[in-house]
Design a protein around this ligand. Structure first.
Ligand code: KIV
Length: 252
């Protein structure tokens, strides 16, 4: 699974053969420039789901339910999820465990497939006091397994496990029948997910420990744009070949 937020990225990622495109609320960070994921709305998410769906990918499209879109009532959660589905998502993802069981149940009851998300849940950044690895004690790890079992029993079809020690990723994967998809959860989860901007070298600042950067597109972009700006200043762009021919009647 890889994140995508627009048509070209979705098209290229789909051509690369990924199974799932996640329109993540990391949109807030990597596309819209916010410091956390709390600043993205259901309307903004739906806008980007529409762009991803415009690529008509073979891959499944799952969309993140943003913060507060499923926290203030089951009915509004179902309506908000419906908005993402109508924008082109085939399932939705939400963060939390047993505390979200009613919402998960209502979504599944409304025929909307749900992916869970446990461990370091970025929408809880204020409550957690920062982005910290979760499940580091025996009790905390046990609670994560209990939460995962509740989500599974309520019908989530897969679970993202983020920011936990490797052994907890293994334990969750072994405890569940549904697939786990890890990000900073070690190599033993059933699948992996990365934010595409991290993978491509487009993220501001130092990437997290779990990121493997496969390209340096940030440098490639700066290099390409600076060569373009130089050519414009030197008047070597556009060339004759890059200009439309003068019609005969306009020539002297
Ligand atoms: O929003 C996102 O990109 C995510 C992934 C980190 C799993 O939820």
């Amino acid at each position: 699974m890889i994140t995508a937020y627009d048509e070209p990225t979705a098209r290229y990622a789909d051509e690369a053969g990924v199974d799932i495109l996640l329109v993540g609320d990391s949109l807030a960070n990597v596309v819209l420039g916010h410091g956390d994921t709390l600043h993205v709305t259901i309307a903004e998410m739906a806008h980007h789901v529409r762009a991803v769906a415009a690529a008509s990918p073979r891959a499944h499209i799952v969309a993140d339910m943003p913060w507060l879109s499923y926290h203030v009532g089951v009915a509004s959660a179902v309506a908000n999820a419906g908005e993402l589905i109508r924008a082109g998502a085939q399932s939705v993802k939400l963060e939390g465990g047993a505390n979200r069981r009613e919402v998960v149940r209502a979504l599944v009851d409304a025929e909307i497939p749900v992916m869970g998300h446990l461990g370091l849940t970025p929408q809880s950044v204020l409550a957690l006091g920062g982005y910290k690895v979760q499940g580091k004690t025996r009790d905390a790890a046990k609670l994560l397994v209990e939460d995962a079992m509740v989500l599974q029993s309520e019908g989530v079809y897969a679970l993202v496990v983020e920011g936990v020690p490797r052994v907890v990723g293994t334990q969750l994967t072994e405890s569940l029948d549904i697939p786990t998809i890890g990000i900073g959860a070690g190599p033993d989860t059933d699948g992996q997910v990365l934010v595409i901007h991290d993978l491509l070298g487009l993220t501001k600042g130092r990437p997290a420990k779990f990121v493997r950067q496969y390209a340096d597109l940030g440098t490639a972009i700066t290099d390409a744009v600076s060569r373009y700006a130089r050519d414009v200043r030197d008047a070597t762009f556009p060339s004759v070949a890059e200009s439309y021919d003068d019609p005969a009647e306009l020539r002297d």
